[in-house]
Structures are given as C-alpha cells and as structure tokens.
Design a protein around this ligand. Sequence first.
Ligand SMILES: Cc1cc2nc3c(=O)[nH]c(=O)nc-3n(C[C@H](O)[C@H](O)[C@H](O)COP(=O)(O)OP(=O)(O)OC[C@H]3O[C@@H](n4cnc5c(N)ncnc54)[C@H](O)[C@@H]3O)c2cc1C
Length: 334
Amino acid sequence: MIVRRFRSNRRSEPPSGGRKGHDGGVLRQALLAASRSGRVRNLITHAPGTREVVRRFVAGRSLDSALVVAEGLVSSGLRVSLDHLGEDTADRAQADHMREVCIRALGALADAGLTAGAEISLKLSSLGQALGPDGNRIALENAAKVCSAAGGHGTTVTLDMEDHTTTDATLSVLRELRADFPWVGAVLQAYLHRTPADCQDLAYAGSRVRLCKGAYREPAGVAHQDPHEVDRSYVRCLRILMAGQGYPMVASHDPRMLAIAAELAARAGRNPGDFEYQMLYGVRPDEQRRLAASGETVRVYVPFGEEWYGYLMRRLAERPANVAFFVRALLSRG
Ligand SMILES: Cc1cc2nc3c(=O)[nH]c(=O)nc-3n(C[C@H](O)[C@H](O)[C@H](O)COP(=O)(O)OP(=O)(O)OC[C@H]3O[C@@H](n4cnc5c(N)ncnc54)[C@H](O)[C@@H]3O)c2cc1C
C-alpha cells in the first residue's frame, strides 16, 4: 500500500527537483567528479563568495564554533552528531591527529554539558582506513580509542559510510567495535544493491542504524543509478529496519521518505523515542524544528573543520538549488 502510493506520488514530481531528472543527474555526476579534481578544488576554495556557502553547511572551522552551534541546537530541543571534517588522511601521524581531535571534541561536549544530546560521527578514512594493507587495523585502533572516550563521557559514536570499496571493511570494523561498545552506530546507503541484506543483518536489538540514500558516485554494478530506484530501495530498507528490533535513524530530507518512515514506525508500534530522524546542518532547519516540536527525536549532523571541500561538493551535487545559491554568492562578490 505504502509503495503504491509512493510510486504514484513519484510520477507527479517535477523532473527538475533534487537528484531527479536527466539534467540533475548529469550535474550531480559532474559535481561528484569535480569533488576529486585538484584543479577545481583550488578554484573553488579560493573563489570569493565561497565562504558564505560554506557557512551555510559547515558549523565553522574550529571546535569552538562547532560547540556554539551544537549548544544552540541542543537548547532548542534537537540532538547533534558532530563531525570533524576530513577524509583524505595520507599518513599515520595525520590519522592519529584526527583521532585526538575527536577525543578533544568529546571532552569539550562533556565540559559543555552536552553529551546527553550530542554524539560524534566518524569517517574511518580520516582515521587511517586508506593507509595500505594496515589501514583497517589502524582505523580500528583509532576508532576504539574514540569510542572508549565517548563511552567514558556517556555518549555514542556513529561510523559514517563512505564509497562502496570500503563498505565491507567498515562493517567489519563496526562488528569489532560493537563487541566492546554495542552502541556504536552504523550507516547504510540505500543506493547500494546490497543494502536490504545489510539491513536484515543489522536489525537486531540495540543496533543503531542510520539509513541514508548515499552520497558518492558509484558504478551501476553496485548501486542504483535511477533516483526512483534509490527511493524504492530506501523504502524497502526502512520496512526492514522499522519492523526489526534495532534503533532506526532515518537520515533524509525527502518529505516522502519522512512520511513513509512515520507510517512504518506507527505500524511497527514504535513511539517517538524508538527511532529518530536525522538531517544535515543547514538543510531544512524549519522541518528539523517542526518535527522536534511535535515530539519526535531529531538529530542534526554538524560538520566542522578546515577540510570542508569534499563535504560541500556532495551537498551541492544533491540539489541544483544549492548550486544556484553558490553561483549567486560567487557573482555577488565577483
Ligand atoms: C544525518 C545524515 C548523515 C548522512 N551520512 C551519510 C553517510 O555516512 N554516507 C553517505 O553516503 N551519505 C550520508 N548522508 C547523505 C545522504 O546519503 C544523502 O546524500 C543526502 O541526505 C541527500 O538525500 P535525501 O535523502 O535528503 O534526499 P534527496 O533525494 O537529496 O532530496 C529529496 C528531497 O528532499 C528535499 N530536500 C533536499 N535537500 C533540501 C534542501 N537543501 N532544502 C529543501 N529541501 C531539500 C527536497 O524535497 C528534495 O527533492 C547523510 C545524510 C544525513 C541527513
């Protein structure tokens, strides 16, 4: 029933919105390709007006500025997952440095009395996962230290999911971490063909699972390319997670996904505290507040730090309107 209604809504959707439609798809692919280009990176990071766009999606360059944002969100009834930006860690020293920044962030959240409402998100690549054959072990060791600090401060950690070449490795690190820290959150990406099966595996009691559509450029062999298929997969995965024993974290700004999640949660007899919504800092803030005011648990993903480039490009790729905002900001300074 839900899927049938959802399909008919789909047909009435204008082809130019979000990732839908051919033009949006081409733009998205181009922006995701640009996110790996050194030349484009140089151009964008030095363009006048960039700072204004970054400010919309990133809570600041320093931990202090991120804490101010986190404090504001928590005091308005939202929860937070703080993310120290960085994904191209090139050596062991940098990986260890990233670990220490996360541990410092956790200490700062505790000092500010925010750990009841704020956790952190971790990218294993920032903790060394891509550092050759030992990368996974290095990332696991670093992540375990971060989790130990988080546990000590009474809060949690969620492992972000990156491109599909890392999915198995990240899930294996998750399994190892959960042996000591069962509250570590997982992220699954609905665009991957494998994800419904991963949802089944992770829908057990106590298992925190963030479901998102997926933000990377992936080949057709591993991921749905058609946004309608991604949405159908998202619903399939939601059904599994909501009917399971775990704690689903519905990470989407898509009004249809949010409505379907609410309906599936109600059917499964879940109350507001039995699952949560998650959205990105700077995206649909009014909806974040509206949901929280209606009694739902809503967590805002709050990125901070100097390494904002890859994150910003993924946000622009998701929505042509964000690109227009960017171009306007550039022109107004040009
Ligand atoms: C908390 C969180 C954590 C995430 N973690 C990861 C991760 O670990 N790995 C990963 O690959 N991806 C992650 N993502 C990103 C995710 O995969 C998507 O790329 C991103 O959320 C966009 O997908 P969407 O579900 O919002 O839907 P989209 O298909 O991008 O958007 C659908 C609709 O949502 C509405 N919408 C979207 N953006 C806006 C906007 N700016 N203003 C107004 N309306 C808007 C519009 O109605 C739009 O048509 C995360 C997302 C969130 C929210």
